[in-house]
Structure formats: structure tokens, C-alpha cells
Design a protein around this ligand. Structure first.
Ligand SMILES: Nc1ccn([C@@H]2O[C@H](COP(=O)(O)OP(=O)(O)OP(=O)(O)O)[C@@H](O)[C@H]2O)c(=O)n1
Ligand SMILES: C[C@](O)(CO)[C@H](O)COP(=O)(O)O
Length: 227
């Protein structure tokens, strides 16, 4: 079986309010993106890594790789307008069959164990989507300005990697972009595929807002201490 990882890093990070896109910011002395690629490279299934980057940032990334002596082999692919388009570009660069994990570059704390499990579960079921249960109460905001409580027992917060048989994901990504395509599971589900959920990891946060970088740094130290 051939394994692939599409690491999407084509975003501009508006919510981070930083001049440098968040995937390049330093997390414990190394750019966030390098931690993410290292996690996939550490997987014993040896996935071929495709890095999706905005074309304007290819040169900058090359310079960072030199500066940090980062030598993990990976194939760079051009990013697209939305995450959906970036994933689609990554998929187009893969020829043939196999299993592909799509992962946000800005989730650097994913464990190697969960990456491996995601590939293994996909081999058995066709796809593997990870998520965690909410710990806050949740409400739906209604059009009239009111809101109503939802049962959090019925909700899951979805993370990445989202892993698929490549043919399944190729088929799903034939659908033109829709606003509700916020992840790969939503694209696959729209194409009629049943989504297979397993437990994610609380520390697998998506660095989105300025405070998240510091939280990630604390979590990283905490994970290191855990045997
Ligand atoms: N056109 C895009 C948009 C997003 N992403 C990637 O998808 C992941 C999740 O997206 P998000 O956290 O929203 O990143 P940004 O789009 O960069 O952030 P923001 O929405 O705050 O602008 C990130 O790794 C981001 O780089 C991408 O590859 N191509
Ligand atoms: C793919 C994702 O990380 C799953 O939770 C999420 O949907 C990405 O959303 P964003 O708005 O592009 O950060």
C-alpha cells in the first residue's frame, strides 16, 4: 500500500493577525510547519509528503529550510483560493492508488500514533475522520436573534488528519466548491460517502488565534513529559 500526506499550508492566517503567516511562526525555536511535517515523517508507514503552499511563499519556505537545516523530503504544490482548492491541488499531484491523509499545517501537535492509526483504520473502512467531544455547552443562534440549547452529546469537534482511500477523495473532490465544504469529510459526505469517526486528541489544536501559539508551546512541553 502506498501512503500519502497532503499538508495544507496555503492560508494567510487572517485571524492570527500576524504579518508572517502562522504556519511559519516559531513554535519552540522551529517554524510550526516543520513540526507538522516531522510528525508525518516519523510515521513508520513512510508517507510521501506533499506540502501545499501559496506560490508566493515557495522561495521563503526554501530559505527557511536552509536556515533551519530542514531536510525531510517533501513535494511542494501550489496552494489555492480556499482550503478546498489547496487540497484539490494536492490530490491532483498524486498519481495512482493508495491512502491519503489530509492535515492542516497548523496542527503541529498531532501524535505519530494517531497518524498511523488513521492510515490503518482507512485501510479497513475507506476513511477515518478524527474528532473530540465538546466540553462547553453549545447553543444554536437563530435568525431572530434568539438562541437555543443543543445537546452536546450529539456533537463532535472535527480535527485533522482526515484520511481517505485516494479514489474516494478524488471522486468527492469532483464536486465544485460550496461554502459548507469546511473540511474534507464534508466534501466526501456531500458525494454520498459514509464518514467513519474515531477519537481525536485534545492537544491536537489548530493554531488560529494569537494566544494559540503559546498554548501549543505549553501543550508540547506537557506531551514531552508524558511517558
Ligand atoms: N487557501 C487556503 C486556506 C487555508 N489553507 C490551510 O488550511 C489549514 C486550516 O485553515 P485556517 O486555520 O483557516 O488557516 P488560514 O486560512 O491561514 O487562517 P484564517 O482563516 O484565519 O485566514 C491551514 O493549515 C491553512 O494554511 C490552505 O492550504 N489554503
Ligand atoms: C479542517 C478543519 O481543521 C477541521 O476542523 C477546519 O474545518 C478548518 O477550518 P478553517 O476555517 O479553514 O480553519
Amino acid at each position: 500500500m502506498k501512503y500519502y500526506a497532503i499538508i495544507v499550508a496555503g492560508g494567510s492566517g487572517n485571524r492570527m493577525q500576524s504579518a508572517v503567516p502562522k504556519q511559519f511562526l516559531l513554535l519552540d525555536k522551529q517554524p510550526v510547519l516543520m513540526h507538522t511535517i516531522t510528525a508525518f515523517h516519523s510515521c513508520a508507514l513512510n508517507p510521501h509528503i506533499l506540502l501545499v503552499l501559496n506560490i508566493d511563499q515557495h522561495k521563503y519556505w526554501e530559505e527557511l529550510c536552509l536556515k533551519y537545516n530542514f531536510t525531510i523530503p517533501h513535494q511542494v504544490v501550489n496552494g489555492g483560493a480556499q482550503r478546498y482548492h489547496s487540497v484539490k491541488n494536492g490530490l491532483k499531484a498524486i498519481k495512482g492508488k493508495g491512502i491519503v491523509a489530509v492535515h492542516d499545517a497548523v496542527r503541529p501537535l498531532i501524535s505519530v500514533q494517531l497518524i498511523t492509526k488513521s492510515y490503518q483504520v482507512t485501510e479497513e473502512t475507506g476513511n477515518c475522520i478524527i474528532g473530540i467531544t465538546p466540553t462547553d455547552s453549545v447553543r444554536r443562534v437563530l435568525e431572530n436573534g434568539k438562541s437555543e440549547a443543543l445537546s452536546r452529546d450529539e456533537l463532535v469537534l472535527i480535527q485533522t488528519p482526515q484520511t481517505f482511500e485516494i479514489d474516494l477523495l478524488r471522486k468527492a473532490y469532483q464536486a465544485p466548491f460550496r461554502n459548507e465544504f469546511t473540511d474534507d469529510a464534508s466534501v466526501a459526505e456531500y458525494a454520498g460517502f459514509k464518514i467513519n469517526l474515531i477519537a481525536g486528541e485534545r492537544e491536537n489544536i489548530k493554531i488560529t488565534h494569537p494566544e494559540d501559539l503559546e498554548i501549543a508551546s505549553i501543550l508540547k512541553r506537557m506531551i514531552k513529559r508524558t511517558p
